[in-house]
Design a protein around this ligand. Structure first.
Ligand SMILES: *[C@@H]1O[C@H](CO)[C@@H](O)[C@H](O)[C@H]1NC(C)=O
Ligand SMILES: *[C@@H]1O[C@H](CO)[C@@H](O)[C@H](O)[C@H]1NC(C)=O
Ligand SMILES: *[C@@H]1O[C@H](CO)[C@@H](O)[C@H](O)[C@H]1NC(C)=O
Ligand SMILES: *[C@@H]1O[C@H](CO)[C@@H](O)[C@H](O)[C@H]1NC(C)=O
Ligand SMILES: *[C@@H]1O[C@H](CO)[C@@H](O)[C@H](O)[C@H]1NC(C)=O
Length: 322
């Protein structure tokens, strides 16, 4: 697609640098005709629709916008065309198969043992310098894993292979713009950790796993999630960071004596303990949060079992409490 744009660009604006300024009428045309496509584009990009539909619609609108700009041959139009082209090129990185593939790749690393080379490179570190090295030296590993996957769309794999350097830039160069591709990939990462953590949480609550089997893993995931969120400009829709800190603390305090009741009541404290916690956090001096959380956890969990009077969690309660 981008090649196509550049090609059109060269055809239509062979001497673009020397173009004259647009006339009032041309500016008028730019505003009334071309900018309608941009408005629609920004709307579609934000709107929650299926990714295939999104990609089809943005492609069509990008083409229409491009045709509109190239039909008006003057300086401001070229500038708008360039800006539009950059935005449209980014669409391929954030919509559809490519982000799905990247998410799938991250997931494979968490469910280790999939391929040894995934563990040899530190793909998930938040130190972007180290991560860049991992993706640079581990290029063959990344492409091999993606290429062999059955779940990753072949067209997306092809695109990633051809645009590998650009993808690595997006994964490893921080951007201050929350709409940027980097932020988008970062959010995929945080959401994934959030997901993994909550899966373990539910296994514990429902008795499918014991603390001794998942405790350390959960502490590690939990800390990773806190770090991930600290680098993120998006609010994750998942677990609240305050709760997360308390759950990790509880696992550290009680070790294997930690029961699902404690975990359950930390996320759903009674009004009384919640008020105590909020007052304590409000009154705590800067940096005392940890002490406050510790009091809260000990009050709720006592000897590691919950003291809030929760019996077996009721299915309805569990799913409607939030
Ligand atoms: C813009 O729209 C007007 C009115 O619909 C039309 O006359 C004009 O040709 C259009 N210009 C371009 C460049 O499409
Ligand atoms: C990231 O890792 C590099 C290389 O190991 C190191 O020099 C750098 O200090 C680290 N950066 C941060 C922010 O920790
Ligand atoms: C991907 O797989 C196809 C067939 O399975 C193979 O022909 C191709 O060389 C592979 N590409 C890479 C980069 O491994
Ligand atoms: C867990 O309980 C046992 C037996 O009550 C106790 O000896 C041990 O110290 C407890 N461990 C922790 C981390 O509290
Ligand atoms: C928690 O409570 C259960 C049931 O009351 C009991 O069997 C278990 O020993 C208690 N665990 C701790 C660490 O006190």
């Amino acid at each position: 697609m981008s090649i196509l744009y550049v090609f059109t660009f060269l055809l239509i604006f062979p001497f673009c640098s020397g173009l004259r300024s647009c006339t009032t009428e041309e500016i008028n045309n730019l505003v009334t005709n071309c900018s309608t496509y941009e408005t629609k584009l920004s709307w579609i990009r934000k709107f929650e629709i299926s990714t295939t539909e999104k990609l089809t619609k943005t492609r069509k609108l990008c083409l229409q916008a491009s045709n509109c700009y190239t039909s008006i041959k003057c300086q401001e139009s070229v500038e708008k065309f360039e800006k539009s082209r950059l935005d449209c090129d980014k669409d391929q990185f954030v919509i559809g198969g490519v982000p799905n593939c990247i998410e799938w790749f991250f997931k494979k690393i968490y469910n280790a043992n999939y391929n040894e080379c995934l563990l040899e490179n530190d793909f998930l570190t938040f130190n972007l310098t180290t991560r860049r090295e991992a993706f640079t030296f581990g290029k063959q590993c990344v492409l091999k894993v993606l290429n062999e996957s059955q779940e990753c769309d072949p067209e997306a794999v092809q695109f990633i292979t051809e645009n590998y350097l650009q993808i690595v830039d997006y994964l490893t160069i921080k951007s201050n713009d929350c709409q940027d591709v980097h932020s988008h990939y970062h959010k995929l990462h945080c959401d994934l950790i959030d997901d993994e953590y909550n899966k373990e949480y539910e296994r514990l609550i429902w008795g499918d796993k014991k603390v001794e089997d998942t405790g350390l893993f959960m502490i590690q995931l939990g800390r990773e999630l806190i770090e991930c969120e600290s680098h993120s400009c998006h609010n994750s829709g998942g677990i609240e960071i305050g709760n997360l800190k308390e759950e990790i603390l509880a696992m550290e305090i009680y070790g294997r004596n930690y029961s699902w009741k404690c975990l359950y009541d930390i996320r759903r404290p009674s009004m009384k303990t919640l008020m105590e916690k909020l007052l304590c956090l409000r009154d705590s001096k800067l940096g005392d949060d940890q002490e406050c959380r510790r009091k809260f956890v000990e009050k709720i969990c006592g000897n590691g079992n919950a003291t809030e009077g929760t019996e077996t969690p009721m299915v309805t309660e569990y799913y409607t409490d939030d």
